[in-house]
Design a protein around this ligand. Structure first.
Ligand code: FUC
Length: 772
C-alpha cells in the first residue's frame, strides 16, 4: 500500500457504493470499475469494441442535391428554411450514430470464514497510479485479506488476486450480470463465460458479438463451475483471469471469433505465475507513467481520503498538492484507456456501465475527442496518442465518401461526431451536426505530433490524412457573396446560437472554421515542405489561406465568434463552447505577438464567465494559461475540483461523467509550467500563486525537447532541457539564465525580450541556472 498523502494514490476508507465511487483500471482495450467490497466485489467490465449497431454508412443520398440550396438560404439569412432543408435532406440516416455499450459485471460473493460475519476493521482501498494496481485490505475474524486488481496491457487480461494470511480462507462464488442480450455458461470446470451481442439502435441491427471469459487459478482448495456460476472454496489464494474477445476487426469487418480471442488471451496469461503477471504489468505501465512527474509539497490536508480532499479543496491553497494528484490521475487515465492498437478514448474514455450512455459515449469531435488527447504531447505520452491516428486513417476512407457524395468534393470530411463505424455524415440535428470542420481539427494532430517529435518518417505516413483533409476544403469552401472571402457554408460555431429559434446556429465562415482551416492549410504547406512533396498543393493552400476571413474584434471589444458582430445578442452569453478561442488554444494564431487579438480573447473570456460544464472549465484552464493568467487559470481548476464537477473517484463531471474534463485540466496544468506553441519554449509562463514551490519532470515541448524544471518562491530555480532533434533552443524565462552542458558553459544569448537562444545537439541535456 502507498502512504496516504502520496501524489500517486487515490484512497478511501470504505468500499464504493456507486459507480462514480468505484475506481478505474484499464489496458486500453479492456477496462473495469472496481468497487472494493468486503462481502462481495463487483468488477464492472467494458471492452472498447462493444458498440451497438454494425458496419453502416450514415450519408444522406439527398444531401448533394440539397446543399447548394441550403447555402443560398444561409447567405440570404433565411435560417429557418435552411434549417428545414438540412434536417430533411442532409442529416445522416439514421440521424443518431451508434452508442458504446457495456459488457456487464463480474460479481463475487465471498464466503464468510467460519460462517461468521464479524466486523471488518482496518479497511482501505486504493488505486496506486504509479503501478496501476487497485488494492483492498481489511481484517476480519483475525484474518487479513488482501485483494489486488489490475488490467494488464502486457498480457491482455484483467487479473484479480484474492489472498488472506490464513490458509484456506478464500472462498467465493463468481457470476456475470449484464443488461446486454447475453447468455452465461460454464465452458469448463474452472471457468465461466458470457456470450453477448451489441444492441440494435435506430434501426441498425446489433452485429458485435463478444465473449467475456473468467478462469480461476486457486492455490489449494477446490474449484468447480456449472451453469455460469464459478465456485471456489477453501483456497489459500486465488488468481482470476478475465479476458474479453469480440468479432470486431475494423469498421467494416466483424469477422473475428470472440471465443477464440478470449481463450487465446486467457491461455497465454495463464501460463505465467501471478508474480510474473504483476511484474510484467507494472513494468509496462511504469515505462509510460514514470516519464513525467509533478511534485508539489504536501500539506496536512493531503492525508485525507481522496473524495474528502475534493470536498475540502476550496480555493486550493490548503491542499495545492491535489493538483499534482489530478495531473498524475489524468496521465494514468490516458495510459489506461488509449494504447497502440486500441480504440481511441471515447467520451468516457473506456469505462461505461450503460447500454445507452450519455451522448452514446462516442467521439464528439467538435471539442471532446481533441481535448482527450491534449495531454499526449506535453505530458509525454506519445504512444497513447496512436489510436487517434488509426482513427484518422479510417476517417480518411469513410470521410472521402461523404466528401464526394454529399459535397461533390475531393479529400475527406467529418462533421461533429464519429463512432466505431467511422460515421462522417452530419448527425443529431442541424443545430449541432452541421459542422464540416471536425475532421480537419482532428487531422491537425498529424502536424502537432511532428512538432513534438520531428519524426519525418511518421509525418510521411500520416501526411495523406492532412493533405486530403485540406483538399476537401479547397473544393468545398465557397465565396461569401457579402465579403468575397472563402468560407465554410453551411456551418455553425459549435453548438452556439447567434439567433434564437430554428437555424439559429447556422452561418457561413464562423471564426473557428476560419482558424482551423487556416491552421490546416498552413500545416499542409509546412509538412509538404518538410517532405519535399506536392508543390502544386502548397500553392493552392497558400492562395486559399489568403482568402479566408480574418479574425475581427467586435463592438464590445470581444473576438467575434462569427463574421458578423452578433455576439452581444446571442441568446446564451455563458455558452460552454468558446469555439472562436481555438485560435488561442489549442491553436496559436492569438499570442502576445498579436496584442489586439490577445486582448479581445481576454475580453471574450470575461464576457463568457467562468461557469460551464467540466470540459468547458478544462478548456478555460488552458485559455487563461495561454493568457499568462496563472491565478485565474488555477481558479478554474478550483471550480472543477468540487463535488459538483468531480466525482469521488476523480472522474470529471459534465455532469454526467465525461472524461474530457480530466484530460483538458491535465493539459492545462502543463500549460502553467511550460508552453511551446510559439516558436519558443516558455518556462513557468502562468505559474499560479497557490503553487509557490515545486518541480516537474519530463514534459515535452514542440521543437523536440524534454523539459524538467523547479521553482521556489514562485521563481525558476533551475531547468534541464534535453534535446531530441538538435534544434536550436529558444527559451523564454522571467530571469536571466546561464546554460551549461556537462558542467561546461554553452554559448547562449538572451535577447531584449527575455528569450535565451542556444544551439543544441540531439541526445544532449542542457542545464539552465538563473543568475543575477
Ligand atoms: C458537445 C458538448 C456537450 C457534450 C457533448 C458530448 O456536444 O456541447 O456539452 O459534451 O459534446
Amino acid at each position: 500500500m502507498q502512504r496516504s498523502g502520496s501524489p500517486y494514490v487515490l484512497w478511501y476508507p470504505r468500499p464504493a457504493a456507486a459507480w462514480l465511487q468505484a475506481l478505474p483500471v484499464g489496458n486500453g482495450r479492456l477496462g473495469a470499475m472496481v468497487y472494493g467490497g468486503i462481502d462481495s466485489e463487483e468488477l464492472q467490465l467494458s471492452q472498447d469494441t462493444v458498440w451497438a449497431g454494425g458496419p453502416h454508412r450514415y450519408d444522406n443520398p439527398r444531401a448533394a442535391a440539397a446543399l447548394p440550396r441550403a447555402r443560398e438560404l444561409v447567405f440570404a439569412g433565411e435560417r429557418e428554411a435552411a434549417h428545414r432543408l438540412l434536417e430533411s435532406d442532409v442529416m445522416g440516416v439514421p440521424v443518431q450514430q451508434m452508442p458504446y455499450q457495456t459488457v456487464g459485471s463480474l460479481r463475487l460473493a465471498f464466503d464468510a470464514p467460519g460462517g461468521g460475519s464479524g466486523e471488518a476493521t482496518g479497511y482501505r482501498r486504493e488505486l496506486d497510479l504509479a503501478r496501476a494496481v487497485h488494492t483492498v485490505e481489511f481484517v476480519r475474524e483475525g484474518i487479513r485479506h488482501r485483494r489486488e486488481v489490475f488490467a494488464s496491457a502486457a498480457d491482455q487480461v484483467i487479473v484479480v488476486r484474492l489472498s488472506a494470511d490464513a490458509p484456506g480462507a478464500v472462498g467465493f462464488t463468481a457470476s456475470f450480470d449484464t443488461p446486454m442480450a447475453a447468455t452465461a455458461l460454464s465452458p469448463d470446470g474452472r471457468a465461466i463465460a458470457l456470450d453477448g451481442r451489441g444492441g440494435d439502435a435506430s434501426g441498425v441491427a446489433g452485429a458485435v458479438r463478444f465473449r467475456a471469459l473468467v478462469r480461476a487459478l486457486p492455490a489449494g482448495g477446490e474449484v468447480s463451475s456449472a451453469d455460469g456460476v464459478l465456485r471456489v472454496s477453501g483456497a489459500d489464494a486465488v488468481t482470476l483471469l478475465i479476458a474479453v474477445g469480440t468479432n470486431h476487426v475494423d469498421w467494416r469487418d466483424l469477422g473475428a471469433d470472440p471465443a477464440a480471442r478470449a481463450l487465446g488471451d486467457l491461455t497465454e496469461a495463464a501460463g505465467r505465475p501471478y508474480p510474473e503477471l504483476v511484474e510484467r504489468h507494472v513494468a509496462d505501465h511504469a515505462a509510460l507513467f514514470g516519464r513525467a512527474a509533478l511534485e508539489i509539497p504536501a500539506t496536512p490536508a493531503a492525508a485525507l481520503p481522496t473524495d474528502e480532499r475534493v470536498a475540502a479543496f476550496g480555493d486550493g491553497t490548503a491542499d495545492p498538492q491535489l493538483a499534482a494528484l489530478y495531473f498524475h490521475f489524468g496521465r494514468y487515465l490516458l495510459i489506461s484507456c488509449s494504447r497502440p492498437g486500441t480504440q481511441p478514448a471515447n467520451l468516457q474514455g473506456l469505462w461505461n456501465d450503460l447500454t445507452d450512455p450519455p451522448w452514446g459515449s462516442k467521439y464528439t469531435i467538435n471539442i471532446n475527442t481533441e481535448m482527450n488527447y491534449w495531454p499526449a504531447g506535453p505530458a509525454n505520452l506519445l504512444e497513447c496518442w496512436e489510436p487517434l491516428f488509426a482513427l484518422l486513417h479510417d476517417l480518411r476512407v469513410t470521410g472521402a465518401r461523404s466528401a464526394r457524395e454529399m459535397y461533390g468534393a475531393g479529400g475527406w470530411v467529418a462533421h461533429h461526431n464519429t463512432d466505431l463505424w467511422r460515421g462522417t455524415a452530419p448527425v443529431d440535428g442541424t443545430t449541432w451536426g452541421m459542422w464540416p470542420t471536425g475532421g480537419a481539427w482532428l487531422a491537425l494532430a498529424v502536424w502537432e505530433r511532428y512538432r513534438f517529435t520531428g519524426d519525418a518518417g511518421r509525418l510521411r505516413d500520416d501526411y495523406p490524412v492532412l493533405a486530403e483533409a485540406a483538399r476537401f476544403f479547397l473544393d468545398a469552401l465557397v465565396e461569401d457573396p457579402g465579403t468575397g472571402h472563402l468560407v465554410t457554408c453551411p456551418s455553425i460555431s459549435p453548438e452556439n446560437e447567434h439567433h434564437p429559434g430554428p437555424g439559429g446556429t447556422l452561418c457561413a465562415g464562423p471564426t473557428m472554421d476560419n482558424q482551423i482551416v487556416r491552421d490546416l492549410f498552413g500545416a499542409v504547406d509546412a509538412a509538404a515542405g518538410v517532405l519535399g512533396l506536392d508543390e502544386e498543393l502548397r500553392g493552392l493552400v497558400r492562395a486559399a489561406a489568403d482568402r479566408l476571413p480574418p479574425m475581427r474584434v467586435g463592438s464590445r471589444g470581444q473576438l467575434q465568434e462569427w463574421q458578423q458582430d452578433w455576439d452581444a445578442d446571442a441568446p446564451e452569453q455563458g455558452h460552454r463552447h468558446v469555439s472562436h478561442l481555438y485560435g488561442l488554444h489549442p491553436g496559436a494564431q492569438i499570442t502576445r505577438h498579436t496584442p489586439e487579438l490577445f486582448e479581445a480573447a481576454r475580453v471574450t473570456l470575461e464576457q463568457r464567465g467562468d461557469a460551464g460544464t467540466g470540459w468547458s472549465l478544462g478548456w478555460k484552464i488552458n485559455f487563461w494559461a495561454r493568457l499568462a493568467a496563472g491565478d485565474r487559470s488555477y481558479k478554474l481548476l478550483t471550480d472543477q475540483l468540487t463535488p459538483e464537477r468531480t466525482a469521488p473517484n476523480l472522474f470529471d463531471l459534465h455532469p454526467p461523467f465525461q472524461i474530457d474534463g480530466n484530460f483538458g485540466a491535465t493539459a492545462g496544468i502543463t500549460e502553467w509550467l511550460l508552453q511551446s506553441h510559439g516558436a519558443e519554449l516558455e518556462l513557468l509562463p502562468a505559474l499560479p500563486g497557490a503553487l509557490p514551490e515545486g518541480r516537474v519532470r519530463g514534459l515535452l515541448a514542440r521543437g523536440g525537447f524534454e523539459v524538467s524544471l523547479s521553482w521556489s518562491g514562485g521563481t525558476l530555480t533551475g531547468a534541464e532541457i534535453g534535446s531530441r532533434t538538435g534544434a536550436t533552443a529558444r527559451v523564454r524565462t522571467a530571469v536571466p539564465v546561464t546554460v551549461t552542458r556537462d558542467g561546461a558553459e554553452v554559448a547562449a544569448e538572451r535577447d531584449a525580450d527575455g528569450v535565451t537562444v542556444f544551439a543544441t545537439r540531439a541526445g544532449e541535456v542542457y542545464r539552465l541556472t538563473p543568475h543575477g
